[in-house]
Design a binder for this molecule. Structure first.
Ligand SMILES: [Zn+2]
Length: 275
C-alpha cells in the first residue's frame, strides 16, 4: 500500500489518536501524520494547486520584477533555514507568487513548498525587511513541523473534505486524501503556541539572512491595519498570541547583532519553481 492513500483510514485513526511528537522547539504536538508523510502529500497538493492556478494564468511569471524580489529574499532565508535544521537541505524549496490581489496571505507547506499572494504585496506594500519577516515566519512553520501538526488536526476532525474555494472539484477528485489534507492544512489556523514558535524562529532566520528584526513589529502593525475590510486570510490562519508585539519587541534587540553581521554578506540558496 502507498502511505499517501491511507492517511485518513479509520484503523489508523483508531490506533494513533493519542500519538504525540515533540516539535523542534520542545513543544508536544499532535502527530497522526508523520512529517515524511506530510512532505509527500504536500508535494502532490502543491503540484496540483499550482498547476491549476498556472492554467488559469494566476501564477506570476518567474521573470517579473516582483518574482525576482521574492526569490532573492527567499533564497537568503532558505540558506538560514538549512543552517537551523540541516536535513532540510534535502527539501525541494520552492516559491510561487499567486496573482490574486484580494488575498493577503502566504504559506509554506511541509517540505518547503511556498506561496505568497499578490494581495499581500499590494495591500501591505512591505519593505524587503518586512517581506522577509512574512516569509521567514512561514518557513518557520514548516521547519517546526506545524504543517504535519495541522494535517493531523484535519485528520482527527475529519475535515479533509472541506476545501471549497481552494481547489476545483475535478482537482479534489484527482487528489489522494492525504494531499487534500495537505492542501487544507495551510488554510487552517495554527495554534497560538505554534504562532509563538514561528515568530521566534522567523525573526532569527530573517536577522541571520540580513533583514532588520524591527520589521517584525512593523509588519504585524501593517497586517492589523489592512484588516479594516474584514481580517486578511493571513490573520485568520495566524491567530495572534496574546503577547506577540511585546515578545517581538523584546526579541528584536537580541537579533540586532545577527542582522548587523549578515546584512553585509548573507549567503543564499537556490529556490525552485513548481514546474
Ligand atoms: Zn503563523
Amino acid at each position: 500500500m502507498t502511505r499517501k492513500n491511507h492517511i485518513l483510514a479509520p484503523a489508523l485513526l483508531a490506533i494513533s489518536l493519542a500519538a504525540c511528537a515533540v516539535s523542534p522547539t520542545g513543544r508536544r504536538q499532535l502527530a497522526l501524520v508523520s512529517e515524511d508523510s506530510a512532505i509527500v502529500a504536500s508535494e502532490e497538493a502543491y503540484a496540483m494547486q499550482i498547476g491549476e492556478l498556472r492554467k488559469e494564468g494566476k501564477i506570476v511569471p518567474e521573470s517579473s520584477s516582483v518574482a525576482r524580489r521574492v526569490d532573492a529574499i527567499t533564497g537568503r532565508l532558505v540558506a538560514q533555514a538549512i543552517e537551523w535544521r540541516p536535513e532540510t537541505a534535502d527539501w525541494q524549496w520552492s516559491i510561487e507568487i499567486i496573482d490574486d490581489p484580494e488575498v493577503v496571505n502566504a504559506w509554506c507547506m511541509a517540505g518547503g513548498r511556498m506561496a505568497v499572494y499578490t494581495g499581500l504585496i499590494q495591500k501591505l506594500d512591505p519593505t524587503d525587511d518586512e517581506l522577509a519577516q512574512v516569509l521567514g515566519h512561514e518557513i518557520s512553520h514548516a521547519l517546526a513541523n506545524h504543517t504535519a501538526e495541522r494535517m493531523s488536526v484535519a485528520v482527527a476532525t475529519n475535515a479533509g473534505v472541506v476545501l471549497a474555494g481552494v481547489l476545483s472539484e475535478d482537482s479534489q477528485r484527482a487528489m489522494s486524501t492525504a494531499a487534500l489534507a495537505a492542501a487544507l492544512a495551510v488554510q487552517m489556523p495554527n495554534s497560538r503556541a505554534a504562532e509563538s514558535e514561528a515568530d521566534e524562529i522567523g525573526i532569527e532566520l530573517a536577522a541571520k539572512a540580513g533583514y532588520n528584526p524591527n520589521a517584525a513589529i512593523s509588519l504585524w502593525e501593517k497586517m492589523a491595519a489592512v484588516s479594516g475590510g474584514g481580517p486578511p486570510q493571513f490573520l485568520s490562519t495566524h491567530p495572534s498570541p496574546a503577547n506577540r508585539q511585546e515578545r517581538l519587541a523584546e526579541l528584536a534587540p537580541q537579533m540586532m547583532a545577527y542582522y548587523e553581521q549578515a546584512r553585509r554578506n548573507a549567503p543564499t540558496h537556490s529556490v525552485a519553481r513548481a514546474d
